[in-house]
Design a protein around this ligand. Sequence first.
Ligand SMILES: CC(C)(COP(=O)(O)OP(=O)(O)OC[C@H]1O[C@@H](n2cnc3c(N)ncnc32)[C@H](O)[C@@H]1OP(=O)(O)O)[C@@H](O)C(=O)NCCC(=O)NCCS
Length: 172
Amino acid sequence: MEYAIRPMREGDLDQVLEIEALSFPIPWSRYAFASELKENAFAYYLVCQDGEQVVGYAGMWVILDEAHITNVAVHPDHRRRGVGQMLMLALEEAALARGATRITLEVRVSNTAAQQLYEMLGYRRTGVRRAYYTDNKEDALIMWKVFTCLESPAGIGRLGRSVPKKGAGLYE
Ligand SMILES: CC(C)(COP(=O)(O)OP(=O)(O)OC[C@H]1O[C@@H](n2cnc3c(N)ncnc32)[C@H](O)[C@@H]1OP(=O)(O)O)[C@@H](O)C(=O)NCCC(=O)NCCS
């Protein structure tokens, strides 16, 4: 079976919440996801499915020319198979199509797995939010990626093949 990416629906939430609970110390509630899907016009959420099973998801807000990734998670049984990368690239494509020129996220300083994924995709560290996470007062790294002309709307479709080299970020 191949992985497939599509927009998240309310019917996915049971499976999404299971992955959320397996992935984060402060999981989002059903209400939080449902209001993103139903009430937030800036929000865009995707799932990755393997047959009938949702194995990962990711979401963002796109406001004017900036996209802000709100979450990305992959079921532990499906990690290190490229699902996280596929979801991130699909979000970036959607962000570009909505007029974003750059994209940002926060990540725990201890979350080296996610940081490696983001750095591989061209995100660069630009700052720190002190004690951002309320469970343990951990700092968040702020990361940004500025879309290059290869990834401009004319280049959509080539994005999946344009994984930037490390050190190529504008904020380096
Ligand atoms: C971070 C996360 C989404 C990555 O998803 P994934 O599907 O396993 O990632 P991919 O298979 O696409 O990995 C792509 C690349 O990212 C890097 N990477 C991913 N997981 C890694 C790990 N555990 N250790 C080191 N590098 C890792 C590697 O460079 C990897 O390429 P490789 O497998 O060829 O070496 C997943 O670990 C997860 O759900 N974690 C819990 C939730 C979370 O922390 N979300 C991010 C919040 S900011």
